[in-house]
Design a binder for this molecule. Structure first.
Ligand code: GLU
Length: 511
């Protein structure tokens, strides 16, 4: 039997989770579910300087919102805990020691001034990317250049040091990425990355490899920005003796700006006025608040469907997928290599689709909640009717109230342009006749009875109804376009309708 699939999402709690991070989490989740495996969440908080309070909760809440909670995490631990790297601190040194013993790592004592001097020296010599590597390390203060007794003395005296990986000078490192195919890197382009920092904390690279191994991770699915680190990771697996159980890699395509030029950033979101975070985020330092997709009115199922398609497609025309359907359809083979343009209109389209799938009752609840904020009350029955009329035209739940306000509050102004074009003798005559029909009627108004009364009114004046329809709409709603007018009449009811017609005749002129 093949090994159980175990994948992980490994965010660093350095702020709000960007939409790209949520997509990474989703693809991991889908892959795990599809293969009957486990989805883990590991908090990579080895860089204490970048730790932002609240970020962990934010990650958790974001995943919960779209229904992809991890099987194992700091909040729901399994057998491979702790799931926070800061709590695993003592585990890493052992592996760094092993690498030292095997000659794949070394101590380095260089001060930051010395490192800076090296960079300046190399820059002056026109080296494009000055690095601590297989060539420069021979001129630095480390256990490869210093005599053994001096190294020992420095360590014994408690002098600060880091442990670096010793990258071989001439070696080809290969890895077969599930998305990109074979990736080949020459070791002379790699630098001797720090594995253990002077504060005793591991760096991302060491901690990530050790944890993926100890947690039994079988597939590493992560953003393309980590592809340059992958050869180093392959070497670490090899040097730690874990090459046989090395996970497979899948690097996900970048999310691009709406125009396709470059990586999507927070600034693009600000510039174009769309959200980039799943949930609202308050920066604990500046106090700045940024709205998320949720607060902007996106439904979790629409957001989920939208991000699923940022880099993946099912290979056919289908676009609407529930989480269950995504699990069934998902495969890494169908993840694209090239970056995906971020198109907020697509997100809106998804929202409209999911909004229309909701029952009038569910939609009425949104409307009633908005009304409560306005200190207005309305019967559920009426709220459902309004929801039913408005849903074809709404992108967000808040549109039910914002765009449907006219059904509850009579207009006090009229669209000037429409009035100039459409308000005329014919319209006035039909509206007056319609008003009289309404007054004579005793039955409650329905869309059908309103329709026949209006038709009768136009016929009695010998006027084609089509010619005055927009003026009738203007009189009742204040604007020239909107949902089905007869439905609106039914919702308004006889008395309100008469009141509105009278006000329009009075304001716009009645002769
Ligand atoms: N901690 C890394 C991040 O913040 C994880 C990268 C990986 O998945 O290996 O994205």
């Amino acid at each position: 039997m093949s090994k159980e699939v175990r994948v992980r999402f490994a965010p660093s709690p350095t702020g709000a989770l960007h939409i790209g991070g949520v997509r990474t989490a989703l693809y991991n989740y889908l892959f795990a579910r599809k293969n009957g495996g486990k989805f883990l969440l590991r908090i990579e908080d080895t860089d204490q300087n970048r730790y932002v309070p609240g970020a962990e909760d934010y990650i958790k809440n974001s995943l919960d919102w779209i229904g992809i909670s991890p099987d194992e995490s700091p909040w729901t631990p399994g057998d491979c805990g702790p799931y926070r790297q800061s709590e695993r601190k003592t585990m890493y040194m052992e592996y760094a020691q092993y690498l030292l013993e095997k000659g794949h790592a070394y101590y380095a004592f260089d001060t930051s001034e010395e490192l800076e001097a090296m960079r300046q020296r190399l820059t002056a010599a026109r080296v494009v990317s000055p690095q601590y590597n297989s060539i420069t390390r021979t001129q630095m203060k480390n256990s490869l250049t210093l005599p053994a007794d001096e190294v020992k003395a420095r360590l014994d005296s408690g002098e600060p040091y880091v442990i670096r990986i010793k990258i071989p000078r001439k070696e080809e490192v290969r890895l077969n990425d599930m998305v990109r195919g074979w990736v080949l890197v020459h070791s002379n382009s790699l630098d001797d990355k720090v594995l253990m920092k002077s504060d005793g904390m591991p760096t991302y690279h060491l901690a990530n490899i050790v944890d993926d191994h100890l947690m039994g991770i079988t597939h590493v699915i992560r953003g393309e920005e980590w592809l340059p680190s992958a050869p180093l990771h392959v070497l670490l697996y090899r040097y730690l003796g874990w090459e046989d159980s090395m996970p497979e890699f899948a690097h996900l395509p970048l999310l691009l700006k709406p125009d396709g030029n470059g990586k999507l950033s927070k600034r693009d979101a600000e510039k174009h006025g769309f959200p980039i975070f799943p949930l609202e985020w308050k920066d604990p330092q500046s106090g700045d608040m940024v709205a998320g997709f949720k607060e902007a009115g996106y439904l979790p199922e629409a957001f989920l469907n939208f991000i699923a398609f940022l880099g993946w497609n099912p290979g056919d025309q289908r676009e609407l997928f529930t989480l269950e359907e995504l699990i069934a359809a998902f495969s890494i083979e169908r993840i694209g290599k090239s970056g995906t343009k971020f198109d907020i209109n697509k997100a809106k389209w998804y929202n409209e689709q999911y909004l229309r799938h909701k029952s009038d009752r569910e939609l009425a609840a949104y409307l009633l909640a908005d009304l409560e904020k306005e200190r207005m009350t309305l019967s559920t029955e009426k709220a459902e009717k309004i929801a039913s009329v408005m849903k074809e035209r709404a992108t967000f739940p808040s549109d039910l109230w914002n765009e449907g306000k006219f059904m509850l509050v009579a207009p006090d102004t009229f669209d000037q342009q429409v009035a100039e074009k459409r308000w005329n003798q014919d319209a006035i005559a039909v509206l007056k006749a319609f008003r009289n029909h309404l007054q004579d009627e005793t039955e409650p108004l329905s869309a059908e009875s309103a329709k026949s009364m209006l038709a009768a009114a136009a016929a009695s004046e010998d006027i084609k109804l089509g010619k005055v329809m927009q003026a009738v709409r203007l009189a009742v709603t204040g604007v020239g376009a909107g949902p089905d007018l007869m439905q609106i009449f039914e919702i308004l009811g006889r008395e309100e309708l008469i009141k509105r017609i009278d006000f329009a005749l009075h304001t716009l002129g009645n002769q």
